[in-house]
Design a protein around this ligand. Structure first.
Ligand code: GAL
Length: 833
């Protein structure tokens, strides 16, 4: 909470300072080329899209009449029907891939013919091929990494248009775990550069020594000269702390020969540095100006943070000298109903919800994330484990990256490091997740190779991998044997390639880590895998269900409607209940922390169910962004906010035996009242994380009061709802920017006539919109719902549904209405400005 408030303060503060410093700066520098401020522009509007799986010739594709206008980022798979027979399978969310084409025409003024033009894609899924004016620029199989092409030699200036064409081929599926999305699903940038410039990912900033008094900042930059002559230039570095200039270097003069790239290095001192931390994520900016004949010809800005950290064998993780437990979650890259198409506000909302819960770490499972995620983690204060691969040479799904490994892995991992190494939020590089070769000699060899590549580009951050221990299966039992292979040669774990040993699951062996790996610190890279449907409960709540019983056995149990109890009582066989893993991490200082599988539900992998389920049950938060109850267990443990959360809802059969749980903190006891009558006071004993009451159900009001030293800390009440009567709408933001990108996430609840949420209402809700806005997503968090996420009607789940409204580029009032047969309609008004 504190951290989030700090983030909001920083945001406001930054905005004001940015204006002031821009004005100051604009007055100081006279001979600057205004184009340096346009060097990187979003190139995302006014594309055309054409989906066709069968055409081979580009001419045929270009001659088609079926191109339709779209903006990117765009994910065509999220618009498909859920299909049991989709090649992606339910692991991929039962949403198909295929082949899609994008094109965009643009015009360049004659006077720009002296410039260089580059196009940067932050990610195209997958097998992208790019042409400019009919000339082929190249192919990039990996759908998760960014890349750049030089357009300059092929461009027309003046009256003749340029056309860029992109093909994305996601037809051979399955090829990713889990839902990948298809197409140009991340941002595209057009760069207009001077022939002398700092190239893409061309800076690397480190802070080799940090104390309270001063920090040493080491800045390395590449500078490229694409002129046909040698040039004299000057390089000036200015450091800003939140856009306020604080250190200016002397200008250095350089000679750069024709068609060459040079390295430039400068070490600067910052006095009384403001350290980046999860509560106060202070950011600095290094502005590198290249000056030629007194003209500013290129400006490259790099954000960085000053912080010191260590994964310690005895003490766990330390940030700026202080112990900090990593309370992380794994996040898959999809954005629920928005699919894989990135939207900065949608990522920010996910992070806000997680921050409120007390999460301080994100693992980008299992691939390089969108750059915007890392920018937000820098600004909001998260510890990121940045993951490169889910596969090396041995396939996990039929058509996956293993087929491109030999040709591409060196470049893909190197590009990831170069792209992300300036982010203060990145603390760990993961070279792989549950890699099939991990316990073999091949795993050792590849692990060393990858680790060496990482170290050659960033010697500061530790390397890890998410390793699942060898499991021995007999007819009678399954045993996990990290001990057997631990720290032994001929495996990834024993290779020395890893600076931090990463455990996926195997919580039974965590406390033996120091025996098994006597030299290397610990991180639990993936844990838990609890399973829940939001708002659905089963009694008794204190029996554990392992679904499926074993990962290699077909799941035959479960509920006909594919629900799973939201009491923390169901888990996958390789994982644990939520409370189990956290208790172990909490009590052992040497365990630096963990990343729970998962923060949010994601599309695909509906373990333990098959079709008709199509998205996961693992999330602490559902696919629509509504927290499941266990969210409050973590919140009670990880934040200082007063928590008193009761579960389940209060609509049961009269006389039925029910369990009531409370998650609470900052108090010694909780007393529960049913219709005014005390049902007893409970306190958490030993390492307990919740309290429970059991008694026959009676409708009415259930009230809990938490007390500390006899003083009331918090009161919470839930009521029995009568029949569903009306809809209510709660936008997360009533004012949005009229930029065609901003979003308002509107929670729609179904309540009875008195306004009590109807916890079992699954009514169909129809949405209508008026004004300059668009409905871009609907979801209830129900993993079995087959209505399109892109529709305008959706069935609620347990009293709730989400509708997402996006602004257009026109300002005005947007009215969003929700209607449902037999219920009172309602609406909300948003201002887009
Ligand atoms: C892990 C795997 C994840 C996901 C998870 C589900 O083994 O790394 O991708 O499948 O299990 O529990």
């Amino acid at each position: 909470m504190i951290a989030y408030k700090q983030y909001i303060i920083n945001k406001l503060y930054l905005g004001t300072l940015a204006i002031v410093s821009f004005l100051l700066f604009a007055c100081q520098k006279k001979e600057e080329d205004p184009e340096v401020f346009n060097r990187k522009q979003l190139f995302t509007e006014d594309w055309k899209f054409y989906k066709n799986d069968t055409l081979n010739s580009l001419t045929e594709v270009l001659n088609s009449e079926d191109w339709r206008p779209i903006d990117v980022p765009h994910d065509w798979s999220i618009h498909q029907e859920f299909d049991k027979n989709s090649a992606a399978g339910i692991g991929g969310g039962a949403l198909s891939g295929g082949v899609g084409y994008y094109k965009k025409s643009f015009n360049l003024p004659l006077e720009d013919s002296t410039r260089l033009y580059k196009i940067q894609f932050d990610g195209v899924y997958q097998n992208s091929e790019v042409w400019i004016n009919g000339s082929y620029l190249g192919k990039r199989p990996n759908g998760y990494i960014g890349f750049e092409y030089d357009l300059t030699p092929y461009l027309h200036y003046g009256s003749q248009d340029n056309t860029i064409v992109v093909k994305a081929d996601n037809s051979d599926q399955p090829n990713s775990r889990w839902y990948s999305g298809s197409g140009i699903y991340r941002n595209v940038w057009l760069k207009k550069l001077n022939k002398i410039h700092i190239p893409n990912w061309g800076t690397f900033i480190t802070t080799p020594s940090i104390s309270k008094e001063k920090a040493l900042v080491n800045i390395t930059a590449k500078i490229k000269n694409e002129f046909l002559e040698d040039k004299e230039i000057e390089v000036q570095i200015t450091i800003f702390q939140d856009d306020q200039e604080i250190v200016k270097s002397e200008t250095s003069a350089l000679n750069i020969t024709t068609n060459s790239e040079i390295g430039f290095n400068k070490e600067l001192t910052i006095y009384k540095p403001k350290l980046w931390s999860i509560d106060s994520p202070w950011l600095y900016k290094a502005q590198i100006d290249i000056i030629q004949n007194k003209n500013l010809i290129d400006r490259f800005e790099t954000r960085f943070g000053i912080r010191d950290f260590k994964f310690d064998f005895e003490k766990g993780f330390k940030l700026n000298g202080e112990s900090l437990k990593i309370r992380g979650v794994c996040m898959h890259h999809d954005l629920g109903p928005l699919g894989a198409a990135i939207n900065t506000r949608a990522i920010e909302r996910q992070l806000e919800i997680l921050k409120e819960m007390g999460v301080n770490g994100i693992r980008t499972a299992h691939n390089p994330p969108a750059p915007e995620l890392l920018d937000l983690c820098d600004q909001m204060g998260f510890i990121v484990m940045d993951e490169a691969f889910d596969i090396w040479t041995t396939a996990k799904t039929k058509h996956d990256y293993s087929q491109y490994w030999d040709k591409w892995h060196e470049q893909d991992i190197a590009d990831l490091i170069k792209r992300d190494r300036n982010h203060p939020s990145v603390f760990l590089w993961s070279i792989g997740n549950e890699i099939q070769e991990q316990w073999s000699e091949k795993g050792e060899k590849i692990g060393i190779e990858l680790s060496n590549i990482v170290k050659s580009l960033d010697s500061k951050r530790p390397v890890t991998a998410g390793m699942n221990p060898p499991v021995h299966v007999s007819d009678k039992e399954v045993t996990i044997q990290f001990e057997e292979t631990a720290d032994k040669p001929n495996s990834l774990a024993g290779s020395g390639a890893l600076d931090v040993i990463g455990y996926n699951y195997a919580h039974q062996t965590w406390e033996k880590h120091q025996l098994n790996f006597p030299n290397t610190p610990f991180i639990a890279t993936e844990t838990t895998s609890g399973l829940q449907t939001r708002g659905y409960y089963e009694f008794p709540s204190d029996t554990t269900k392992i679904w499926p019983v074993r990962w290699d056995k077909l799941f035959t149990g479960g509920n006909p409607d594919h629900t799973i109890s939201a009491f923390d009582q169901v888990r996958a066989p390789w994982g644990s209940l939520h409370e189990t893993s956290w208790k172990i991490i909490k009590k052992n200082d040497f365990l630096s922390g963990f990343f729970i599988w998962t923060g949010f539900d994601y599309i695909g992998e509906p373990t333990p169910y098959e079709w008709p389920s199509r998205s996961s049950y693992f999330g602490i938060v559902d696919l629509a962004g509504f927290p499941k109850d266990v969210y409050y267990m973590y919140k009670s443990e990880w934040t200082d906010d007063d928590v008193l959360h009761l579960l389940p809802h209060w609509n049961w059969e009269q006389g039925q035996t029910v369990d009531v749980w409370a998650y609470y903190n900052n108090a010694d006891e909780v007393e529960l009242f049913l219709n005014g009558e005390s049902r007893g006071t409970r306190s958490k004993r030993d390492d307990e994380l919740h309290v429970m009451w059991r008694f026959p159900f009676e409708s009415g009001t259930l009230k809990a009061i938490s007390r500390k030293n006899g003083q009331i800390v918090k009161e919470t009440e839930i009521r029995t709802a009568s029949k569903p009567a009306k809809l209510e709408l709660f936008p997360d933001r009533k004012k949005i920017r009229a930029d065609g990108l901003d979003l308002s996430f509107i929670t729609v609840t179904i309540t009875d006539a008195e306004g009590t949420i109807a916890p079992r209402a699954n009514n169909q809700i129809d949405f209508e919109i008026e004004g300059p806005g668009e409905i871009v997503g609907v979801s209830s968090g129900d993993p079995t719902n087959h209505e399109s996420f892109k529709g305008k009607s959706h069935r609620a789940l347990n009293g709730k549904c989400l509708v997402i409204v996006q602004s257009t580029r026109q300002a005005g009032e947007i009215k969003i209405s929700a209607n449902s047969a037999g219920l009172e309609s309602n609406s909300a008004v948003l201002i887009s400005h």
